[in-house]
Write a protein that binds this ligand. Structure first.
Ligand code: ATP
Length: 428
């Protein structure tokens, strides 16, 4: 874990936020490589959940939201964690995550658990009174429920169909922990799949399998992944069945994503508070019903961290130790590094020409300084799948060397065929 945190900081994946001011309450900023990788994680999700399907549409709802949404959803009342304080050292903890002892000093003298609401409250507009209260959304899901009728009326979809959204969510976590595993500001990728009530068990199974497979397809080792059904006591108040996709983190198994059968809980709750009927009228059969909902809810930032942990390896190349991130090329921040063998005035312009050919298709990096061996190591360490080296022979044969990150194998490829060669490798 420490190695990952160091690598993230040293190479520009993830920095502690506001570090020049000593950091700020477990918040993090995504640096040049982290911003690229996080986009890639989200794009891989969007591709599989929206683009490659004809039964899911996208949404991008407001983060700043009406208290009525959270009143209806039950968050104002129920979205709480049990907070205890140690009477000895005043450390605050989540009662359900500790073993009756203060995790800081080991004292058992703790206060009674208080219910602490996790939503960030603010005011919309210049007057800070009750009428102006707004909340930062603690999940993206409610955006899909409150827009259900609007999407139904505008998209020509009918159940079974889904609405997908990814973006920031905010929870005032009592104890943010484990780097970006649990933070107060994070990104989610959620989809609400609306189905005829009698079909919900079938779709629940379907989405559990689909979502598990998504992580496998993007390269996470199968023995580090599991699907764990919740026990009856664990189930949320709205759920008739939930399974978590869990990853074997350095501290043990923990959640990447929850797939829940939310029944008709949310649509009925919003109908009751808003007075707007959120239902589906099937013109073919003249049947009116409130769809049930299957929700796969994943965390983008947490998932990115799991991909990093899973990809991290140390091995040896020609007797030299190297760190290599064996990331799936779709997730790697840079797909190709273009490396002129030296800074020689004849080589750099050709390297730039090669770069310009590749850039419309791939996120690339041009790196000209240090020995070629050192530059290969740098690229291995950030997971770049292919390095393209321009050398003096290139000036006469118009060919470059393509080096593979995982095998370190090098082959000579003509510049004219380079885009096709790399596109072929990228598609796998
Ligand atoms: P927990 O019980 O761990 O607090 P949860 O089960 O309430 O979390 P969900 O509401 O199901 O989490 O959220 C869906 C997904 O969003 C989680 O599986 C996780 O990937 C992500 N997520 C939730 N809270 C956080 C957080 N504080 N930081 C980072 N990711 C989060």
């Amino acid at each position: 874990m420490e190695k990952i945190v160091n690598l993230c900081k040293r190479r520009g994946f993830i920095f502690p936020s506001a570090e020049i001011y000593g950091g700020f309450r477990s918040t993090y900023d995504y640096g040049p490589l982290g911003a690229l990788m996080l986009r890639n994680v989200k794009e891989a999700w969007w591709l599989s959940m929206v683009q490659l399907r004809d039964d899911v549409v996208g949404l991008d709802a407001a983060i700043l939201s009406s208290p009525r949404i959270w009143e209806a959803s039950g968050h104002l009342k129920n979205f709480t964690d049990p907070l205890v304080e140690c009477r000895k050292c005043h450390e605050r903890s989540r009662a359900d995550k500790i073993d009756g002892k203060c995790p800081a000093c080991g004292s058992e003298d703790l206060t009674e658990a208080k219910r602490f609401n996790l939503m960030f409250k603010t005011h919309a507009g210049p007057v800070e009174d009750e009428g102006a209260v707004a909340y930062l959304r603690p999940e993206t899901a409610q955006g899909m429920f409150v827009n259900f009728a609007a999407v139904l009326n505008t998209s020509r979809k009918k159940p079974p169909f889904g609405i997908a959204q990814m973006g920031k969510s905010f929870r005032n976590e009592i104890t943010p922990q484990n780097f970006v595993f649990r933070t107060r500001e994070f990104e989610q990728m959620e989809m609400e799949f609306f189905v005829p009530p009698e079909e919900s068990p079938k779709w629940y199974e379907y989405w559990c399998n689909e979502r598990f497979q998504w992580y496998v397809d993007l390269g996470i080792a199968k023995d580090r992944l599991r699907l764990r059904p919740h026990s009856a006591e664990e189930l949320s108040h709205y759920s008739s069945g939930t399974s978590d996709v869990e990853f074997l983190f350095p501290w043990g198994w923990d959640e990447l994503e929850g797939i829940a059968n939310r029944t008709d809980y949310d649509l009925l709750a919003h109908t009751a508070v808003s007075g707007e009927p959120l239902e589906f009228f099937d013109q073919a059969t003249s049947v009116r019903y409130v769809p049930h909902v299957i929700e796969p809810a994943a965390g983008a930032t947490r998932t990115m961290m799991a991909f990093l942990i899973d990809a991290y390896e140390e091995d040896e190349v020609a007797g030299e130790r190297r760190v290599v991130l064996r990331l799936d090329p779709r997730l790697a921040p840079y797909k190709v590094a273009v490396l002129p063998l030296s800074k020689h005035v004849d080589l750099v312009p050709v390297a730039r020409e090669v770069l310009a050919k590749l850039q419309p298709l791939f996120m690339c990096e041009l790196d000209v300084t240090q020995s070629i061996g050192r530059r290969y190591r740098r690229q291995d360490e950030i997971g770049t799948p292919w390095c393209v080296t321009v050398d003096f022979e290139t000036l006469s044969d118009r060919a470059v060397t393509v080096r593979d990150r995982d095998t370190t194998e090098q082959v000579r490829v003509g510049i004219d065929g380079l885009v096709a060669e790399l596109a072929g490798r990228y598609r796998g």
